[in-house]
Design a protein around this ligand. Structure first.
Ligand SMILES: Cc1cc2nc3c(=O)[nH]c(=O)nc-3n(C[C@H](O)[C@H](O)[C@H](O)COP(=O)(O)OP(=O)(O)OC[C@H]3O[C@@H](n4cnc5c(N)ncnc54)[C@H](O)[C@@H]3O)c2cc1C
Length: 476
């Protein structure tokens, strides 16, 4: 007999025979604590998350997923889905319940003529970029290549290409999804269009997506990008220049501003190790002959202490920050969408960075805008079409650090100071475990009521609840 957490809040007993019946119909294994592969699944990016499932199932097909969903529903089990395991709130793991680990479904098929990629739900961003770049194609994905495509896409998805092509979900053509009734459905703008609309921004709530079909664009294989940094003493000048250059930038140029202490990395001159710097992460994907003109406002700042800007493969730029935020450290973030960079906001952001005592903290302003502002606010559940920047106060420390409480306080204080400048919206994919239902409402705004209707239709008993949850009507 195995005891698992149940949907009702009470434990559920599963017999060995019931489990054997499930396993015998699956192409992949069911893992119990301590078995080979167990640690890989239950160890996730944010080491601060203390959750362990009782069972892990590793499906290899949509049919496997359907069988698992039916099993979980019939037995009333708490169920979660793990893509890349990078969600900061740790929502890939069902505490005491059953976790569906999608890592065996990691295939990418590129159709270069049709300009789409069919992406398995266990893929990491690097799988897709590697496969599509063989054809000089790419879709909108984030800037750390170890993140899962599934979680990123289902919450909206943003990256260096957002200014050209919108949210990742603006490039989503179709999903294959197993809904709570165990049906394998195709959802697109023409089939189950309500479900497709909801999946584009609130997707973890509506089923288990087994395949994403993403539109591709000509990008790379070489682009111009990397990192450039100046002394923090010049922060006022650099931040003001950042505002000017982002206001005028073409959509081919994405520049993100990062205020932090320089790491002790070989590419950083030793004198700057641990010193506060004002950095820009740059990706220019336009006409290579126009790169000097596009980058002129950055070059005009002169005298950087680090300059790693160069022509390089798009896949290198996409993985530039991979080592900055390693698996297993403790992470705590707060973010807000901004419509503009007022003087007061810039001064506040600068002050937040200057008075930070956490060695590995980052304060960032990510430039969005462009294509994502072109569409209507109800074009997909993702909304937030008024976002032109994201502010983030990101904390990282090692397990057991005695200053953890003060670090968390710094993040929260920073957030409190920046909230008055917010559009009112925020990115659901950046929400931490302590953010409540109000934050989810803020993420979806006027799209939330429609999401509740669609949730009530496809998942009336809230089987898919280990996520940033949108409860169906009956549960409210
Ligand atoms: C270092 C780092 C960098 C990041 N950079 C970016 C960035 O550049 N751009 C950006 O947009 N976001 C970024 N993010 C945020 C990221 O999008 C979210 O953390 C996202 O949830 C990660 O997806 P995942 O598959 O790795 O997560 P997981 O933790 O595996 O899953 C996240 C959520 O999605 C659900 N889910 C997973 N797979 C499925 C599925 N197949 N069907 C249904 N539900 C599923 C899970 O239940 C869970 O609730 C970053 C995060 C980190 C940690």
């Amino acid at each position: 007999m195995i005891t698992l957490a149940g949907l009702s809040g009470r434990p559920v007993m599963i017999t060995e025979q019931q489990l054997d019946e499930l396993v015998s119909g699956l192409g992949g294994p069911v893992l119990r604590p301590g078995e080979p592969g167990w640690d890989d699944t239950v160890t996730i990016w944010n080491g601060m998350v203390a959750r362990t499932p009782a069972l892990v199932v590793r499906p290899t097909s949509a049919a496997d997923v359907a069988a698992i969903v039916v099993f979980a529903r019939e037995h009333g089990l708490l169920l979660s889905v793990k893509g890349g395991g990078h969600n900061i709130a740790g929502t890939s793991l069902a505490p005491g319940g059953m976790t569906l680990d999608m890592s065996q479904m990691r295939q990418v098929t590129v159709d270069p003529a049709g300009r789409v990629a069919h992406v398995g739900a266990g893929c990491l961003l690097k799988d897709v970029d590697a496969a599509t770049q063989k054809y000089g194609l790419a879709t909108v994905l984030g800037f750390v290549s170890e993140v899962g495509v599934a979680g990123l896409t289902l919450g909206g998805g943003l990256g260096y290409l957002t200014r050209r092509f919108g949210w990742t979900v603006d490039n989503l053509e179709e999903v294959e999804i197993v809904t709570a009734d165990g049906e394998i459905r195709t959802a697109s703008r023409t089939e189950h269009d309500d479900l497709f609309w909801a999946v584009r921004g609130a997707g973890a709530n509506f089923g288990v997506v087994t395949r994403f079909t993403l539109r591709l664009h000509e990008v790379g294989p070489d682009v111009y990008g990397g990192l450039i940094a100046w002394p923090f003493a010049r922060a006022g000048e650099i931040m003001s220049a950042y505002r000017t250059l982002t206001a005028a930038a073409t959509r081919e140029l994405s520049v993100w501003l990062v205020l932090r202490r320089a790491p002790a990395a070989p590419v950083v001159p030793e004198a700057w190790h641990g010193e506060l710097v004002c950095a820009m992460a740059v990706c220019y994907t336009g006409d290579p002959t126009a790169v000097d003109e596009a980058l002129a406002p950055i070059r005009a700042l002169a005298d950087p202490v680090v300059d790693l800007l160069d022509t390089q493969p798009y896949t290198v730029v996409q993985s530039f920050f991979d080592d900055d935020e390693p698996n297993g450290a403790h992470y705590y973030w707060k973010t807000e969408y901004l419509a503009r960079l007022d003087d007061d906001l810039l001064a506040t952001v600068r002050d937040i960075a200057e008075h930070c005592t956490m060695p590995d903290a980052e304060v960032g302003l990510l430039h969005l805008g462009g294509a994502l502002n072109d569409r209507d606010s109800d074009d997909g559940a993702v909304g937030n079409r008024d976002a032109r920047y994201v502010f983030g106060a990101n904390g990282m420390w090692q397990p057991g650090d005695p200053d953890a409480d003060s670090y968390r306080r710094w993040v929260r204080d920073a957030w409190t100071r920046v909230r008055p400048f917010s559009t009112g919206g925020n990115y659901v994919n950046f929400q931490t475990a302590d953010e409540d239902a109000d934050r989810i409402r803020d993420s979806y705004g006027h799209n939330l009521d429609r999401l509740i209707d669609i949730k009530t239709k496809y998942d009336p008993h809230n089987l898919f609840r280990v996520n940033r949850n949108i409860a169906p009507r009956a549960a409210r």
